[in-house]
Design a protein around this ligand. Structure first.
Ligand code: IDP
Ligand code: MG
Length: 140
């Protein structure tokens, strides 16, 4: 089934000039970019985005990190895009990620793990709507 998912190249990925490498992997895996922009979240915006993790021990540090510099936010589309892109990202902890995945190749830390991806249709709908309005998602 054709789906859309929300992807982020996190501040570590942008700072380390990994935008091109990450997008290249996305395109090679059959994902099409339907929307994309460079943004910098405030701490409050990062907290709103990650509100499902509120109360967890890593929440403060994660939202500091996500607001520490620019991110690239994207809407990706493809067959089973949510699971396809989760597979391409690899496990949250890069040490457990499969070879060839973005996190295994590029992440340096369980927190600074280069990319984000929605984990369900419900989270994709919330996360896409958090950053993009309908006019910004291109139909082609
Ligand atoms: P995901 O990004 O693979 O979906 P989540 O469990 O949703 O992983 O966690 C969101 C983000 O929070 C992770 O990508 C990572 O940056 C950070 N994170 C998750 N677990 C930990 C942890 O145990 N320590 C530090 N940061 C964590
Ligand atoms: Mg998650």
């Amino acid at each position: 089934m054709k789906e859309q998912t929300l992807a982020i190249i996190k501040p570590d990925g942008v700072a380390r000039k990994l935008i091109g490498a990450v997008i290249s992997k996305m395109e090679t895996q059959g994902l099409t970019i339907k929307a994309m922009k460079l943004i910098r979240m405030t701490k409050e915006q990062a907290k709103g985005f990650y509100k499902v993790h509120e109360g967890k021990p890593f929440f403060e540090s994660l939202t500091d990190f996500m607001s520490s510099g620019p991110c690239v936010v994207m809407v990706l589309e493809g067959e089973d895009a949510i699971s396809r892109y989760r597979k391409l990202m690899g496990a949250t902890d890069y040490r457990k990620a499969e070879p060839g995945t973005i996190r295994r190749e590029y992440a340096t830390d369980i927190e600074k793990n280069v990319v984000h991806g929605s984990d369900s249709p419900e989270s994709a709908a919330f996360e896409i709507g958090y950053f993009f309005n309908a006019l910004e998602i291109v139909t082609y």
